[in-house]
Design a protein. Structure first.
Length: 387
């Protein structure tokens, strides 16, 4: 099942698509927004659809914010006539050149950001928040996070299994002169049938499992996040991986007690990023890609390939420095050159979620489930009293 904090993608090409977008927005608002805010969200989505309907490849993405603060609407187009735009992040201020639909969306949104790439297209973020809720990082949060997560076209029918990509970010409370620290988890789940088993079945060998062989399941992912969230600050990323391995082995209800079964999880990709105000400590199991992105420099995050159930030793980890204004970009398979695109699209001062949206629009090379996570170092903004 696709999670509510995942972004439902709607290509807006007809009035039927507008009706679909409004229905999805109402579903995401249920239980989160009161009637007045839900009605404002509906008008916001209608305005965004009016914008997208008149643009090449006009697309909306709608999700319930993972924090529970409200509902998030993203939109992008691929309009070669796009010109440079004078923009602002503050809804009360005028923005030149938006047009009637986007100007209406700006007024309706509690948070509004827009980014234009001349000759390429525009991308925007609009949020409707619960009364009293906020979407800014806490005063002692060392990093600001943003993510976009979508499923492939056709969803579960094409994927032949449940949606099992996943992301999680937590910043720990501030501690001492080094400020707070945090941890991020990303999983690029795999639900394709086991090719070797299929070949054996075709050749008359051992009987293949019935149906797709799921490397990860929602239950396993939930347990992995539980272990990651419970780890203490400063625990190196490879040690977190070993904690995951140990926990999964002692939980027979997950069906992963034996190494041959546990190994199958390794065919999915899993990345652990431990970070503080000065450095990131990264371990990847599988093929997740990422980099520390500085204003004009890219430092790849690549570690020795490993599997959760293979090799009892802790996998190698990459330790890289990062400073205020630097970013980490992590992404699942099916995307390419995202760190370079981050620089080329001048995303250093863009809201991290909007930056992830621009990377999604311009960096996808094949249809797939996609998750893009962007972290911005904001240790320079942490209150001096936070430690």
């Amino acid at each position: 099942m696709f999670p509510d904090h995942g972004h439902r993608r709607i290509s807006v090409a007809s009035p039927d698509d507008i009706a679909t977008a409004r229905r999805i927005a109402a579903e995401r608002a249920d239980g989160v927004l009161a009637a007045e805010e839900a009605a404002r969200l509906d008008r916001l989505v209608a305005a965004l659809c009016g914008y997208a309907l008149n643009r090449p490849d006009g697309t909306l993405l709608i999700a319930r914010m993972r924090s529970g603060a409200g509902v998030e609407c993203l939109a992008y187009d691929r309009d070669p006539a796009t010109a440079e735009l004078a923009t602002t992040e503050l809804p009360p201020d005028p923005v030149q050149g938006l047009g009637a639909d986007l100007e209406a969306a700006r007024r309706l949104a509690d948070r509004f950001h827009i980014h234009a790439t001349p000759g390429i297209g525009s991308a925007l973020l609009a949020r409707v928040l619960r009364p009293g809720a906020g979407d800014s990082p806490s005063a002692d949060a060392m990093a600001e996070a943003g993510a976009v997560m979508i499923e492939r076209q056709g969803g579960e029918t094409v994927r032949r299994g449940p949606f099992i990509d996943h992301w999680f970010v937590r910043c720990s409370p501030a501690r001492g002169p080094d400020g707070p620290c945090g941890i991020a988890l990303m999983i690029d789940g795999e639900t394709e049938p086991d090719e070797q088993a299929a070949d054996q079945a075709a050749g008359g060998g051992e009987k293949a499992p019935s149906g797709p062989l799921t490397r990860m399941t929602p239950e396993v992912i939930a347990q992995v996040e539980t272990v990651v969230a419970a780890t203490v600050p400063d625990l190196p990323a490879p040690v977190v991986v070993n904690a995951i391995r140990r926990d999964l082995r002692i939980r027979p209800e997950l069906g992963l007690s034996h190494d041959p079964v546990l190994k199958q999880i390794g065919r999915s990709a899993l990345a652990i990023l431990r970070f503080d105000g000065k450095a990131v400590d990264y371990t990847a199991l599988g093929t997740l890609a990422g980099a520390v992105v500085r204003p004009q420099e890219i430092l790849a995050l690549g570690a020795r390939w490993a599997m959760v159930g293979f090799n009892p030793l802790a996998p190698a980890s990459v330790h890289l420095l990062w400073g205020p204004g630097d970013h980490v970009v992590l992404y699942t398979s099916g995307c390419a050159r995202l760190p370079a695109l981050f620089i080329h699209r001048d995303l250093h001062k863009v809201d991290p979620t909007l930056a992830a949206l621009v990377l999604l629009r311009d960096g996808v090379v094949r249809d797939d489930d996609h998750t893009i996570l962007v972290l911005r170092n904001r240790v320079d903004r942490v209150s001096a009293s936070a430690g």
